[in-house]
Design a protein around this ligand. Sequence first.
Ligand code: GLP
Length: 264
Amino acid sequence: MKVIRARDYDQMCSFAAHFIARQVSHKPDMVLGLATGRTMQGLYREVVERHRAGEVSFAGVRTFNLDEYVNLDPNHPASYHSFMRWNFVEQVDIPPENVHIPDGNSDRLLEASGLYEADIKAAGGVDLQVLGIGRNGHIAFNEPGSSLVSRTRVKRLSAETILANTPEFGDPESVPRYVITMGIGTVMEARFLLLLASGTSKARAVEQMIEGPLTAQCPASILQMHPHAFVIVDEAAAVRLTHSYETVEEVLSDPYEEYFWEGA
Ligand code: GLP
């Protein structure tokens, strides 16, 4: 795992956008795994800016999102379909048919989960998967206790995640209880992982993910087992870490920077 410290949220987003633009330029027809959530808003803003400046094109990219709520209208403002439309799809040159998001409205969710896995496989697998982290250490919607080799399936949200995601819905009662999410095994098959964590509310989960033991109680700790996992944390999210880690400036000025990307 490569841990990179950013001084604040903006630097974290800008460095992550640099990472993505670099990977897409290297492989313009890559398969990009995408995430949603408040942390990701600044990242998409930076990515869109780089696209508008002519630095990166998504015309040949195919995307797969991590998760979606079950039984929520895709046009609902809190759906991940809406999030992706507003923050990314309508802002860049990606053909809408290249964008994949799990179908939480299918009346056959089991089949929809299997199909999602098959679509990822048919696309050649995910090259780079972007991730956020929940306050309880979840990745995608794999809550604590989730199997570390799980595949795309339906999960029930924990009480803490329902509370964490309440602002988008107004009140906790309106937050859907069920979600469809890539599994931890699915996420781990991506060639590169890029996880972003910002703010003190994530500090404990970040500590457990990076310096804690590998355990299903902190699903994000599985990143310790990935050969190319990059974790970018801002100062607030890093407050509980005890070891020293590279800063964004150190990575960018490293004479061996090109090797930096080769392995975690
Ligand atoms: C959400 C999403 C995750 C996201 C995480 C953190 O529930 N399912 O994919 O990474 O929780 O979200 P936020 O960035 O809003 O804190």
